[in-house]
Design a binder for this molecule. Structure first.
Ligand SMILES: NC(=O)C1=CN([C@@H]2O[C@H](COP(=O)(O)OP(=O)(O)OC[C@H]3O[C@@H](n4cnc5c(N)ncnc54)[C@H](OP(=O)(O)O)[C@@H]3O)[C@@H](O)[C@H]2O)C=CC1
Ligand SMILES: CC(C)(CO)C(=O)C(=O)O
Length: 337
């Protein structure tokens, strides 16, 4: 029998622990975690579940938990699952240790993490990945997938030896020729992350309310305009092309529920990762999401005022949080234009 591949997961948080738990029976998983996360996993083991009924409990003594970068040395594959602001640190930590033949996948939001990893790891095969679904932590050391979708990955021969492993875990890798287009399309969806965080509501409840969807439609329209001006065509990740989403989002509630039922097929407690950051008192990824639209607009001598306002509001919320009503935020964003 072929030995199981050794997969190191760099940054065991929501995504890292969830992917690690799902892959556990099909690979030798090594989790590189902060000491407090490793301690919780040592005490409780690792539980993973999803909205389709999958449940799995991994005992503490079956977990390979590490807290330092040297743990990647003998990996066959490294998954990077830290927040965007930590990517450069991880890249430098990997550069000193990781053998050049070991492929690295960035499973992060945003459009620049893969490029940052590549710049620091020029001899390595660094691949862009994308996680379409949401993960929450309902209890200590329990990670729950709250929405659907398949992991996306850049088409590359380096990934071929791992395709069967991911498929066996129930998380097949969908290969794409143009991952940058996939990452831009995901970024348009992630424009909702700060809105969700500012709403203080679970995603399903927030998206069921028209004013919040109108806020998102406004941010996406602005985003699409900036992308078109820069010659970027986002991939189609949902049943509808990205350019149609603002129209659907702005529909009255009853029509939206009928036409876009799939967008509301989210676990009732799921929230965006930006909400998680605000709750934990961490700096959010807003610069790598809405801020990316603002920066792209500026690079073409244009403006993205609604996204810029959202960046400012999230910065304020990082200092002192208070939730918004959808209608108030909609007026605020319309006034910013
Ligand atoms: N959560 C979600 O539902 C989704 C998230 N994503 C994306 O996936 C990526 C990961 O997000 P998520 O899992 O939520 O993030 P988390 O913050 O939950 O997890 C990242 C973990 O990595 C740790 N970490 C950071 N730097 C290092 C390091 N050098 N060595 C070891 N550990 C480190 C962090 O610790 P510390 O906080 O102390 O730095 C944290 O515990 C992000 O880009 C996010 O946008 C994509 C889809 C859904
Ligand atoms: C899945 C989604 C779009 C929303 O939860 C996300 O990427 C995030 O929370 O960062």
């Amino acid at each position: 029998m072929k030995p199981l591949p050794r997969i190191a997961i760099y940054g065991a948080g929501m995504i890292g622990n969830y992917l690690g738990g799902r892959l556990h029976d099909h690979a030798h998983i090594r989790l590189i975690a902060r000491p407090h996360v490793a301690a919780a996993l040592r005490a409780h083991g690792l539980s993973v579940s999803d909205l389709h009924g999958h449940q799995q409990q991994i005992a503490p003594d079956s977990l390979d938990l590490r807290t330092g970068p040297e743990a990647v040395r003998d990996a066959d594959l490294v998954l990077v699952t830290v927040k965007s602001a930590a990517t450069m640190d991880v890249a430098h930590e990997l550069a000193d240790i990781l053998p050049a033949e070991t492929p690295v996948i960035s499973f992060q939001n945003g459009v620049r993490n893969t490029a940052e990893l590549r710049a620091a790891l020029p001899r390595h095969r660094v691949l862009a990945g994308m996680v379409p679904f949401n993960v929450t932590q309902p209890q200590t050391a329990h990670f729950h997938q709250g929405s659907s979708g398949e992991l996306a990955i850049e088409h590359a021969t380096a990934i071929a030896p791992f395709l069967a492993t991911f498929a066996a875990s129930g998380m097949p890798l969908q290969q794409h020729e143009d991952m940058q287009a996939v990452l831009w399309a995901k970024l348009l969806i992630n424009l909702n992350n700060p809105l969700n965080a500012l709403s203080g509501l679970p995603l399903r409840e927030q998206l069921a309310q028209r004013p919040w969807r109108q806020c998102l439609a406004l941010l996406q329209r602005e985003g699409l305009r900036v992308l078109i001006a820069a010659g970027i065509r986002p991939a189609q990740l949902t049943a509808l092309p990205a350019r149609w989403l603002p129209h659907v989002l702005a529909m009255p509630d009853a029509l939206f529920r009928r036409i876009a039922a799939r967008m509301l097929a989210i676990d009732p407690v799921a929230r965006s990762s930006t909400w998680d950051d605000l709750q934990a008192g961490r700096r959010t990824e807003v610069d790598y999401i809405n801020g990316e639209i603002v920066a792209l607009a500026a690079s073409k001598k244009g403006r993205a005022p609604a996204n810029a306002r959202v960046v400012e509001l999230v910065r304020q919320a990082e200092r002192a949080y208070s939730p918004w009503h959808g209608q108030d935020l909609l007026q605020e964003l319309m006034a910013a234009r």
